[in-house]
Design a protein around this ligand. Structure first.
Ligand code: ADE
Length: 478
């Protein structure tokens, strides 16, 4: 099993954290070793026999401030403990541990931030009290300042617990199968639709008829409409963003096969729109940070350039004539040109070879040997950890595998030579198409223009090739 995610809370009230987290799902997650929560009493580091950790503020003003030294010493102890554990299991610990200062003066905490933080192996939370903490220690140890909302609480313990709760439920294994973390409020920029349980009629109110119909299409449609209605009413800010995204998706859909890379990541809410008008769309993928551009002529680039992120290391675009401009203006160099193959239907494909499941982490070496070698080890490990790589089995033996790339395209296909004339390869590909459909995306793959065998196979499987090429461009190494 994976190493548990470690939460360390630096606080003057450790009991509050211990008692607050020792219930329900978090309690079970700790018992099953998916997460560990440890509260560290800053007062234990006061160096003063009265356990004093606060003092007056320079320059005057009401209230006391937490002093730098005890906070620093408590933090240092935790960091040393973490790196000690890492060396014990012979893992390099070069990365700095994220240290979150919970404060009303911080960046707002969101579901998106929870998702990002859930990828860390450990997090340190620093809870303030009184009027806050001496700025000098914050400058030295804090990586993120985060607020849970525009109101002021008496201390940082409740905000830290709120964040630990929201992050923990995204850690693999913490939620049981019936407590899915997907398709919920904020997953799709919309608030979740209303839900009903038994009895069918309560206080004279009946459950909406459609939910009893068993017609999944109608139910899905009803839920979407209710979600939109609710979001528009109580969160017009979210609704406006959602409508903008839907408008951009509809415009891109006019050339589905050419714009699949953008449509898919926007449909799955994996990308942020940087700029959009009638002729141009620029978006950035949240995980890979790949910038995606859709434009008819290179002249359009000028208007979207100011919206591009500074860390633009990879651009995917559909306009051949743009290449020299990106070279000149952003120091990019041309990489592969690809065709896109897109599955344009809504119905799932039938998967002939049935014995397909998640690729086992213990078989990473097999994947490395058969897909790209050592240089791909970390990437393949990441794909396995993200449950994006699937294997076809014969008994216990792996006879092929396929997965989705971090950007969402289907790929990483390998089939054991013995099975290349069987239905294993196409079954793996169909399996991935169905998975992408289930996730509400547009299944697509990128195939290098020179890879004729693969181009032929796509069409055989019922995927359509776009007519226009798309181009990858990379930042030049200095
Ligand atoms: N400490 C006090 N109020 C807070 C808030 N709203 N968010 C985070 N930390 C806090």
């Amino acid at each position: 099993m994976d190493k548990p995610m470690g939460f360390y809370v630096l606080t003057l009230f450790p009991e509050m954290i211990q008692k607050g987290c020792d219930n329900s799902i978090l309690k079970r997650a700790m018992a099953q070793d998916h997460i560990r929560i440890q509260a560290i009493n800053i007062r234990d580091y006061s160096g003063n026999r009265h356990g004093k950790v606060d003092d007056y503020t320079y320059g005057g003003g009401a209230g006391m401030l937490m002093q730098a030294q005890p906070v620093y010493d408590a933090w240092r102890d935790v960091v040393d403990h973490i790196s000690q554990e890492k060396t014990d299991i012979s893992e390099p610990s070069a990365k700095r541990v994220r240290t979150i200062y919970v404060t009303p003066k911080g960046e707002p905490f969101t579901q998106k931030m929870a998702k990002e933080l859930a990828k860390e192996e450990e997090l340190i939370f620093l809870c303030g009290h009184y009027e806050g903490i001496d700025e000098r220690v914050l400058e030295e140890i804090v990586t993120d300042r985060v607020s849970i909302g525009d109101y002021v609480l008496t201390g940082g313990e409740l905000p830290a617990m709120v964040m630990i709760d929201a992050i923990s439920r995204l850690v693999p294994g913490v939620l049981g199968s019936e407590e899915s973390a997907e398709t919920e409020t904020f997953e799709n920029e919309l608030l979740e639709y209303p839900q009903y349980s038994r009895p069918e009629v309560w206080h004279g109110k009946a459950v909406p008829e459609v939910l009893l119909s068993g017609d999944h299409k109608r139910i899905e449609e009803w839920r979407r409409i209710e979600s939109e209605r609710l979001t528009e009413k109580v969160r017009p800010d979210l609704f406006e963003r959602y409508c903008r995204r839907q408008k951009v998706i509809s415009a891109l859909m006019r050339h589905k096969k050419e714009n699949a890379y953008m449509i898919d990541s926007l449909m799955r809410d994996m990308a942020d729109i940087l700029y959009a008008d009638e002729n141009v769309v620029a978006a950035v993928h949240r995980v890979t940070r790949v910038v995606m551009l859709c434009l008819d002529s290179p002249e359009e680039f000028e208007k979207l350039q100011p919206f591009l992120p500074e860390d633009c290391h990879l651009i995917l675009h559909n306009c051949e004539a743009l290449a020299p401009i990106l070279e000149e203006k952003l120091g990019m160099k041309a990489g592969d040109a690809c065709y896109q193959s897109v599955y344009t239907q809504k119905n799932s494909l039938s998967v002939a070879y049935k014995n397909i499941g998640l690729f086992p982490a213990s078989k990473l070496d097999y994947a490395v040997e058969n897909y790209g070698g050592e240089s791909e080890r970390e990437y393949l490990k990441d794909r396995i950890e993200n449950k994006e790589l699937f294997a076809a089995f014969e008994g216990d033996r792996i006879i092929g595998f396929a997965g989705s790339h971090a950007g969402g395209s289907l790929g990483i296909l390998y089939v054991d030579p013995e099975y290349r004339r069987s239905n294993v390869g196409s079954s793996l590909a169909c399996y991935l198409v169905n998975l992408a459909l289930d996730r509400g995306g547009l299944p697509y793959a990128h195939i290098r223009v020179s890879n004729e065998a693969s181009l032929k196979m796509q069409e055989k499987m019922g995927l359509y090739l776009g007519k226009k090429k798309i181009f990858w461009m990379y930042k030049k190494e200095n």
